[in-house]
Design a protein around this ligand. Structure first.
Ligand code: ADP
Ligand code: ZN
Ligand code: ZN
Length: 725
């Protein structure tokens, strides 16, 4: 008997299957999908069995499988199928997809050792009569105490083995029992109340056919009650005896959403988010595999949750860029959802107040079924939005906060209401320059300026994490005339504390890097322990604080200036999302947007809450420039430590693509990538634009084959990128 095994080995994944002999002892047990230990290049490595057969006609001398790592196969039939399909569509290595599907404890890798946590209990190993007899004869008080306890309580937890317990165990009077325990427990506040759906919500629920696959787009304004719709649909699916997956963006996997799901569905829910330790994640995963939960709520990778009999897959905030993984394998959760929806014959529901142009265009064409919620569920109006022209404010000497924003903040503070401020840049200031020689402090490894962090008094690179103590004198000319420019969340926090007597809390990557901090900040702001919450885009999504009546956007231009054809779309989405945080209860909300581009259409339409107008305007531009959704895009990123070699190979690749792809496919470049140098590696890229190209997969696969064995050049292929890099 022979098994075909796929393994992960070396930096560039060996994406090939190798044949091994299945030794006698494993023959009855081994199945496709099993994780096995095999010898490879004089080492033992783990891999997955992809096929089993009785014949081998090759000419190599084969080795034997060393070990079956688990009792049951880790990859089921559906996962194997998904692996094949995803591999074909995004041209990544198959092994990388299988790894992405699994929690760390089950990945085929070397030396992971994540076990199941078990709690030790002790219980009587003898009859009550015998126990009573023992009590009469025993002289040791501690032993008597234990046995008496076990007569009344059946069993008790024993964290450590005391000498009394050991003696009793040895004598056979008691025995041990190990019970699996979950390491993760979500807390619920009990604040959430189940609501009755309004007519619009009910119509949406009724329009979703649960008996067949279709993709639906639910376009619903912020606060229109989309989450309630999702929960109702999930409820219906559970009643049909099926299961459900709901994806939410990582940063909105907040206590709030967990609260709502756990309150409504209790033990039926598994929550998968990055705040879980590897151990907790493994526990949650096993609950899913064992069928102990019926609903999985999680971020991107939860799309692979091995639920059986899926009845619906929901993707909330479908426009979120992080649904696409930005490292290998570059899969998009939406595409995986659609594959799984078809596989299970179950609907896929995409929801957003600001759908991607791609999804909205598909809904318009009827590829997706269109559903909509036009009104806020609690009746409140969409907030009033004011735009402040910062070019004018600067002339008045207001560099950070405009007059109106200061007045409004004070007004809300006086009324004991809450305020959210968005500033999409962490750190204190964005760059440090020398006023005498003009030198800008840059990362030595990257083509990027360092950000000054006042709290830690360091200058840090936001790309490679390089960090250096803050410099007081210019390293080039020795002048001490250094000046910092730009505004980060730390500086804003300082400014707020200077101007207002208020309780201010900051939420960004720096204040939430410790586990649990993210939840803690949200909970305490929700409990009104703070008046102002300021932060980066992680505050923009999903949060629902009834007392927030003012949202301020400090610098709307940061996303507008991104070198990416989606910069207007991203800006519109961000502004709409953050504006949606205001006035979610009976109190009306207000939004103030500070910008240097007050006339930009993405800002103007965000002010008007006019998604449709924005969509039309942006579609015109996309059509003119041949961008998605009119054309598909694939990026080929070429990187090397050697600047010149990278450049010449990138040129070769550009020519190769031009010569071998269809004639109406456009190949742009190579050009230098947006961030040219990261961690001492230089990046070039070619952009391929096409409507349909039957040669693309083959040509790119060939390219991949060629460079897999080249250790001076790396290429990365990003099919349908969500951001240009
Ligand atoms: P969305 O997901 O569209 O932003 P949510 O589902 O979070 O909207 O709903 C916004 C707020 O309105 C929540 O506080 C929610 O409890 C409330 N809500 C939703 N539907 C109803 C309803 N039918 N009746 C009363 N309140 C509702
Ligand atoms: Zn200088
Ligand atoms: Zn760097």
């Amino acid at each position: 008997m022979y098994a075909s095994v796929i393994i992960e080995y070396g930096a560039k994944a060996v994406d090939r299957e190798f044949t091994y002999i299945v030794p006698l002892e494993f023959r009855d047990k081994i199945k496709i999908g099993h994780r096995v230990m095999v010898p490879f290049n004089s080492r033992n490595v783990e891999g997955f069995v992809l096929a089993i057969s009785d014949k081998y006609d090759g000419k190599y001398k084969l080795s034997e499988i060393k070990e079956l790592c688990d009792d049951n196969p880790i990859l089921n039939y559906e996962m194997l199928y998904l692996g094949e399909e995803i591999q074909k569509s995004i041209l990544c290595s198959k092994i990388s997809i299988y790894q992405a599907m699994l929690p760390k404890a089950l990945k085929a890798s070397y030396g992971t050792n994540i076990g199941i946590k078990k709690k030790r209990y002790i219980k009587l190993n003898i009859s009550y009569e015998e126990a009573n007899k023992f009590l009469n004869e025993c002289k040791y008080e501690k032993q008597i105490e234990i046995v008496e306890n076990l007569i009344t309580n059946d069993k008790m937890a024993a964290y450590t083995l005391t000498s009394s317990i050991n003696t009793l165990l040895k004598k056979g009077i008691i025995c041990e029992e190990f019970v699996e325990v979950d390491r993760y427990h979500s807390n619920i506040s009990g604040k959430y109340k189940i609501v009755t759906l309004n007519k619009q919500q009910q119509d949406v629920v009724d329009s979703v056919n649960l008996d067949r696959y279709d993709t639906y787009l639910l376009y619903g304004v912020t606060g229109s009650g989309k989450t309630e719709v999702y929960m109702e649909l999930i409820d219906k699916v559970l009643k049909l005896g099926k299961t459900a997956i709901m994806l939410v963006p990582e940063i909105s996997l907040t206590p709030q959403i967990v609260d709502r799901f756990v309150t409504r569905f209790g033990e039926d829910v598994a929550i998968l988010h990055s705040g879980l330790s590897d151990y907790e994640r493994y526990d949650e995963y096993r609950k899913i595999v064992d069928g102990r939960v019926k609903i999985v709520v999680g971020a991107r990778s939860a799309i692979f949750a091995p639920l059986k009999n899926i009845g619906i897959i929901i993707i909330d905030e479908e426009h979120t860029a992080t649904y696409k993984q930005d490292t290998n394998p570059r899969y998009h959760a939406r595409d995986v959802a659609i594959l799984r929806g078809k596989y299970h014959n179950a609907p896929v529901l995409l929801g957003s107040a600001t759908p991607t142009l791609e999804s909205f265009a598909r809904a318009k064409k009827g590829v997706y079924k269109f559903l909509t919620l036009t009104q806020r569920a609690r009746g409140g109006k969409l907030p009033n939005v004011n735009i402040v022209d910062m070019k004018k404010e600067i002339k008045k000497g207001n560099f950070i906060l405009s007059e109106v924003l200061i007045d409004k903040i004070q007004e809300k503070l006086d009324r004991n209401e809450q305020i959210i401020l968005l500033l999409n840049r962490r750190g204190y200031s964005s760059m440090l320059t020398c006023r005498d020689c003009g030198n800008v402090i840059k990362c030595p490894n990257c083509d990027i300026t360092l950000t000054y962090h006042k709290t830690s008094n360091t200058n840090r690179c936001h790309y490679c994490n390089y960090s250096v103590k803050n410099v007081k004198v210019c390293p080039v000319c020795g002048s001490s005339n250094m000046k910092d420019y730009g505004l980060g969340t730390e500086k804003l926090e300082e400014e707020l504390n200077k101007i207002f007597k208020a309780r201010v809390i900051r939420m960004d990557m720096d204040t939430t890097s410790k586990r649990g901090m993210h939840e803690k900040i949200i909970l305490s702001f929700g409990n009104h322990e703070y008046d102002i919450l300021l932060g980066t885009q992680m505050i923009a999504k999903g949060l629902d604080f009834p007392l927030v009546t003012l949202v301020g956007v400090i610098n709307a231009d940061s996303s507008l200036n991104l070198p990416d054809f989606r910069s207007a779309e991203v800006t519109f989405q961000l502004l709409s999302q953050v504006a949606g945080r205001a006035g979610r209860s009976e109190m009306d909300g207000e939004v103030i947007i500070q910008t240097y581009n007050p006339d930009n259409y993405s800002i103007v339409y965000a002010k008007e809450h006019n998604y449709l107008k924005f969509y039309e305007e942006e579609m015109k531009i996309r059509r003119t420039l041949s961008y998605p959704p009119y054309f598909y895009i694939t990026l080929v990123n070429i990187s090397s430590k050697d600047y010149e070699l990278g450049f010449s190979e990138a040129n070769k690749i550009g020519n190769y693509l031009r010569q071998n792809l269809n004639s109406d496919t456009k190949v742009l470049g190579p050009t230098v990538a947006n961030v040219f140098k990261i961690n001492n590696v230089y990046h070039y890229q070619c952009v391929i634009k096409y409507k349909y190209d039957d040669k693309l997969n083959l040509v790119l696969s060939k390219l991949d084959e060629i460079y897999k064995v080249n250790n001076k050049i790396d290429i990365a292929i990003d099919v349908n990128p969500v951001r240009m890099w």
